[in-house]
Write a protein that binds this ligand. Structure first.
Ligand code: NAP
Length: 566
């Protein structure tokens, strides 16, 4: 096993930070190889990991990113399926930490496509000179805490071992793909692709018979894209989604210039907001409005093309079943008006409360079902029995296919942390501690796993927000926390069991005030066989969460214990 050797560390004469060797003459992997004890290791080179590395460098820390993928980008590296696109506006779903970056970068569309977001991420990595401390193709497999020295020992799939004071999991909230175990999958003569592990080389659908399994956000995006090329497309649907129109469009240079004048104020407003997007909060119940007024409000929201446009019309769509049903029925009426075949339209109508599973933003999604070569199979009435060499056998027939696309989602929020064998104080393992659901304090630190921070992880606002804003908030907090420890000669921060228990209970209580937990979804862990059913995110809003995090820090890191190694 290669071990990191930090004896070559020396301060960079230019910026004073510690680096392993002159920037020009070393491979990025040297950044890890050069130290036997790093100050910090960040796992994951997506949006979170890159910003965290940038912030750690500002503290003068010796830090590296270890990334499993062959290149940067995280989610936007892996999810390169046709049609992949962000469902938060590009001017909003981007870093806010650099006003210069905001002014320089020119988004070309209202909702950025995956290739454009990946270009942006690469631009950021170059602009802030981050690549030299990113080690690619290196998956962290195990992390064990040394209680005496207050250090994490990391093991990787390349045989490289790394010791670090702080370990920061920037592993994303949707990075462990979920693929159903369908009997016979190995016998299929064609290709099977998961949207979240899409090949880097081009995949042609031309002249082919394709099946897509899954109709969440990924399916909703890939289905119209495949339909444009394929000879025949069969969508195998278990649960229909609520799909709102994106109304995506190009952004014109004049419009961008105008927007950029007030970008700093916009960024401030994002930070103060409940979900990382800026809008006027609703003031009335949906049930206070009459039907005419409500329909007009929902029509206006539908026309905005915002993912959460409809949620912003009334105060109680996520808290009152009757209010929710008014929004749900409005979307169903839209589906019936777009989809020509009434049987298909009914199958596409969701029956669970609106937005209790994350809604989807689509382009031509429902209209795709009007194309003559697109068909919808209802897996509730005709479930999949097996995959055969020629296709998929459902209970009523065999569907002959050349390719199967799995858009079946992720082991959300906890999957990527639990994929690492993490051993904390007293031999505690994260797998056992989280056996009944994730436990932590402030969504940041789990008791007995000191110096281990999680970004966009469970029991934080994460997936219920514009993550670009949420990640900066958490990373700024973590960076300030590490600065505080170093300034005070401290080497360890741990959450107390009491603070953790309180946080777990209060996040569950907050979620219980909403309709979210009433529906099985990836928010509740229900999409993963054997995963405990608990509501996985903090529903109190990013604004309230920020206040809680700031208050804990301001009051001397209440709920944490801070100490120095002997
Ligand atoms: P998802 O929302 O979990 O959807 C998975 C789909 O696969 C569901 O329709 C599910 O049906 C179906 N499925 C799973 N296992 C199945 C099985 N064994 N047989 C038949 N169907 C099965 O996953 P996703 O679409 O990848 O999206 C996950 C999240 O990632 C989104 O909610 C969003 O937060 C993020 N995302 C965002 C974007 C974007 O920004 N535009 C794009 C993609 C993803 P059931 O509902 O019945 O389980």
């Amino acid at each position: 096993m290669t071990h990191i050797d930090c004896r070559q560390l020396r301060p960079d004469p230019k910026d004073g930070r510690i680096s392993a060797a002159p920037k020009s003459d070393r491979d990025p992997a040297d950044a890890a190889d050069a130290a036997d004890t790093l100050d910090a290791v960040v796992v994951g080179a997506g949006l979170s990991g890159l910003y965290q590395l940038h912030r750690l460098r500002q503290l003068g820390l010796a830090a590296v990113i270890l990334e499993a993928g062959a290149d940067l980008g995280g989610t936007w590296y892996w999810n390169r399926y046709p049609g992949a696109r962000c469902d938060i506006e590009s001017l909003s779903y981007s870093y806010s930490f650099s006003p210069e970056l905001d002014q320089e970068w020119e988004w070309s569309e209202r909702y950025a496509s995956q290739p454009e977001i990946l270009r942006y991420i690469h631009h950021v990595a170059d602009r802030f000179d981050l690549r030299r401390d990113i080690v690619l193709r290196t998956r962290v497999t195990r992390a064990a805490y040394d209680e005496d020295r207050h250090l994490w020992q990391l093991y990787t799939d390349t045989g490289r071992a790394v010791t670090t004071r702080f370990l920061i999991l920037a592993t994303g909230c949707m990075s462990t793909p979920q693929a159903p175990r369908i009997p016979g999958a190995g016998s299929f003569a064609g290709a099977i692709h998961h949207t979240a592990r899409w090949p880097r080389e081009e995949v042609s659908f031309t002249g082919k018979r394709i099946a897509v399994i899954g109709t969440g956000s990924s399916g909703v995006q890939v289905i119209p894209a495949i339909a444009q090329e394929a000879a025949a497309l069969t969508v195998l649907q278990r649960t229909p989604a609520y799909v709102l129109p994106a109304h995506n469009r190009p952004l014109h240079p004049a419009e961008l210039s105008e927007f950029k004048v007030t970008y700093p104020e916009f960024r401030q407003a994002q930070r103060r907001s409940r979900g990382g997007t800026v809008f006027e909060p609703p003031t009335r119940s949906a049930l206070e409005a009459d039907e005419l007024e409500r329909t007009a409000a929902y029509e206006a929201a539908w026309d905005t093309g915002f993912l959460n446009g409809m949620l912003r019309t009334y105060t109680d769509i996520l808290t009152d079943e009757k209010a929710n049903e008014t929004a749900a029925e409005f979307v169903r009426s839209k589906i019936r008006s777009i989809v020509a075949d009434p049987v298909t339209a009914e199958l596409l109508c969701p029956r669970f409360p609106f937005a209790t599973k994350r809604p989807c933003l689509g382009t031509d999604y429902y209209a795709t079902y009007n194309l003559p070569h697109v068909s919808l199979v209802d897996l509730r009435t005709t479930p999949i029995e097996r995959i055969t060499p020629r296709g998929i056998r459902t209970s009523d027939r065999e569907h002959e296919l050349d390719m199967i696309v799995l858009a079946t989602g992720f082991d959300a929020l906890t999957g990527s942390q639990l994929a690492i064998d993490i051993v904390g104080k007293g031999g505690a393992t994260l797998q056992k501690r989280w056996a009944d659901g994730p436990r932590n304090y402030l969504g940041l630190v789990s008791a007995d796993f000191p110096n281990l921070f999680t970004i966009l992880g469970p029991l934080s606002p994460s997936v219920l927000t514009n993550i670009a804003v949420a990640l900066e908030q958490q990373i700024d907090w973590i960076t300030d926390c590490i600065a505080h420890l170093r300034h005070n000669g401290l080497t360890e921060i741990d959450a107390t069991a009491q603070a953790e228990a309180h946080w777990v209970a209060s996040t569950a209580e907050l979620a219980g005030r909403t309709l979210y937990p009433s529906v099985d979804s990836w928010y509740t862990g229900a999409n993963i066989p054997g995963k405990p059913h608990t509501f996985l995110a903090y529903t109190g809003g990013l604004d309230r969460y920020r206040k809680e995090c700031d208050a804990a820090a301001r009051d001397g890191y209440t709920g944490f214990t801070l100490s120095a190694a002997h």
